[in-house]
Design a protein around this ligand. Structure first.
Ligand SMILES: [Zn+2]
Length: 265
C-alpha cells in the first residue's frame, strides 16, 4: 500500500500493548500492525504548517511556520514552561483558547521514562501524554485548577526530581527498576509548602504502559527527514512518538508534524 500526505503525530489507544495510528493526509494507518514488517517513509520535500496550512521551508516548534510560531496559542511560552502561564490573570495570546487549555484542571505527575521525572499536563491528556513520552509507568501527584498552579508545583519539585527524559535510554528500555512511585509521591509532596500540598492528588493508582516493541536495540541512532530523505527498514517497535528500525535508527514522528511523505507498507 502507498500513502501520500502530510503526517502529524501518532494517535495512541491505551490497549496492552499500546495501539498506534499514524495520520497521513486523510488516511489513518494502523502503524502498530506493521511491527516486524518492512516499511519505508520518503520525504517529498514539502512542509505544511499545522496551524495555518501554508507551505513553510522550515518547521518551528514541531510543525509551525514562523508567523504561527510567534502568534499561535499552541506555541505560547507556557506550553513548555507552565509556570509562565498568565491566563489566570486574563493574559494570553488567545483567551478563548486559554480557557479550554490553561484554565482547566491540570495534573502534576511522576512518570518513569529513562528515570523518575515530574511533568505537567491537562487532565484530559492522561494517559496520552504519558504514552507520548514513552513512560513505563506513572502516577498523579497533584491536581490543580489551572496550568499556572501546576507549573509552580513542578518548579518547586525540579530541585528534587528531573523534568527531562533521556530519549536514548528510554528507547533502549533502560530505567532504574527499583523506583517506588507511591513512596516518591509521598516524599515529594512532603517537600511542598502548605498551599501546594493542598493540591495533592488522592488518586494513588499506578498506570503501567506496555509498548509494541519486538526487540529493544542495544544502541539507538536518531535520524530526521532534514538529514535523510528516505527512512526504511523492518519496524522493530514503537514507543512514545518514535518508530524504531532494525538498523538501530529511530525516528521521532512528532518532530515531523506537517512533513509531506510517501509511505509504503
Ligand atoms: Zn502557519
Amino acid at each position: 500500500m502507498k500513502y501520500d500526505g502530510t503526517i502529524v503525530k501518532m494517535e495512541s489507544t491505551s490497549t496492552n500493548p499500546v495501539t498506534y495510528h499514524l495520520p497521513v493526509g486523510d488516511d489513518y494507518i494502523p502503524i502498530s500492525n506493521y511491527i516486524g514488517k518492512y516499511i519505508s517513509l520518503e520525504f517529498r520535500g514539502d512542509i505544511f504548517c499545522i496551524g495555518c496550512g501554508r507551505k513553510t521551508s522550515k518547521s518551528f516548534a514541531q510543525g509551525y511556520c514562523y508567523p504561527c510560531m510567534l502568534s499561535s496559542p499552541e506555541t505560547s511560552e507556557c506550553i513548555l514552561r507552565p509556570e509562565l502561564c498568565q491566563a489566570h490573570r486574563g493574559v494570553a495570546r488567545d483567551m478563548s483558547w486559554a480557557r479550554n487549555h490553561c484554565l482547566t484542571e491540570h495534573v502534576v505527575y511522576l512518570s518513569i521514562t529513562s528515570g523518575l521525572k515530574v511533568g505537567v499536563t491537562r487532565a484530559s491528556q492522561i494517559p496520552t501524554r504519558w504514552i507520548d513520552q514513552g513512560a513505563r509507568s506513572a502516577i498523579r501527584l497533584a491536581e490543580t485548577p489551572n496550568r499556572y498552579e501546576a507549573g509552580l508545583i513542578e518548579v518547586a519539585l525540579k530541585q528534587s526530581v528531573s523534568d527531562r527524559t533521556i530519549w536514548q535510554r528510554m528507547l533502549k528500555d533502560q530505567y532504574p527498576a527499583d523506583i517506588d512511585l507511591k513512596a516518591e509521591k509521598r516524599r515529594l509532596i512532603s517537600l511542598l509548602p502548605p498551599k501546594q500540598k493542598s493540591f495533592a492528588s488522592k488518586d494513588d493508582e499506578i498506570t503501567d504502559i506496555e509498548y509494541p516493541v519486538e526487540e529493544y536495540p542495544k544502541k539507538v541512532k536518531g535520524t530526521t527527514f532534514d538529514r535523510e530523505n528516505e527512512i526504511f527498514g523492518v519496524l522493530w517497535g514503537i514507543r512514545g512518538q518514535y518508530l524504531m528500525f532494525d538498523d538501530c535508527r529511530v525516528l521521532n514522528i512528532r518532530r515531523h508534524n506537517g512533513y509531506y511523505l510517501r509511505i509504503e507498507l
